[in-house]
Design a protein around this ligand. Structure first.
Ligand SMILES: CC(C)(COP(=O)(O)OP(=O)(O)OC[C@H]1O[C@@H](n2cnc3c(N)ncnc32)[C@H](O)[C@@H]1OP(=O)(O)O)[C@@H](O)C(=O)NCCC(=O)NCCS
Length: 185
């Protein structure tokens, strides 16, 4: 969650924002503490960077604290190696009433050759919170290009699929019966 300090947050404007206004690239050099003994960077390190980048973008759009509600389609295309310079590029693809989808693309640069490899892709979804810590409306996304309109429509379809999965998951979650609660395995 991106924290914003201060008890009285300014009331954010709901004026629509463009994708470009909040797009961001985070950069981090991969050190020994980021990797395993083979020199491969831990997946969790990459996910943390993605969440950090996506959270900043969502908060920039909403001008509110934003919490991660789900992570979708994380792919590790190539390993990230120790000593690489990692770029996490993030941009908003879709917004709902209170939720925001951010697309993350991770690239790793070999400093000795200049070669850049696309290593990861993911969508992180955030919900903006009001002062009562409940979901609060976010500005609309001002779509400026045909590509942005297409990405928005794809984001809408992904969100519908996520909500359908959430509904299914909730129905399938096993609940302890009085028997299993009394006699856990
Ligand atoms: C995020 C949270 C506030 C949402 O609460 P909730 O009671 O599910 O809220 P709602 O049902 O009103 O949903 C709020 C929005 O989230 C979306 N949402 C909820 N669950 C979702 C899921 N699994 N996938 C995608 N979107 C989801 C809803 O569609 C809604 O979006 P919309 O307003 O744009 O239509 C709550 O689940 C929470 O606090 N989770 C923990 C967050 C956290 O700790 N994250 C890690 C640290 S940052």
């Amino acid at each position: 969650m991106i924290q914003m300090t201060g008890n009285n947050l300014p009331h954010p404007s709901l004026t629509p924002r463009t994708v470009a206004e909040t797009a961001l690239t985070l950069t981090q050099f991969m050190q020994p503490e980021h990797s395993n003994s083979l020199g491969n960077v831990h997946g969790g390190v990459i996910l943390k960077l993605c969440d950090e980048c996506g959270g900043i973008i969502a908060s920039r759009h909403a001008r509110r604290p934003a919490v991660t509600v789900t992570v979708d389609s994380v792919t590790f295309h190539q390993p990230v190696l120790l000593g690489r310079l990692v770029f996490v590029h993030g941009q908003i693809t879709w917004v709902g009433r209170t939720s925001i989808e951010v697309e993350l693309r991770v690239e790793a640069e070999n400093l000795l050759t200049g070669e850049i490899t696309h290593t990861n892709s993911a969508y992180f979804i955030y919900v903006a919170l009001g002062e009562d810590r409940k979901p609060t409306p976010v500005p609309e996304l001002l779509l400026q290009t045909e590509e942005e309109r297409q990405r928005f429509a794809e984001g809408q379809r992904r969100q519908e699929a996520r909500l359908a999965r959430r509904h299914d998951g909730k129905q399938r979650t096993p609940r302890p019966t009085s028997d299993t609660a009394a006699n856990p395995a």
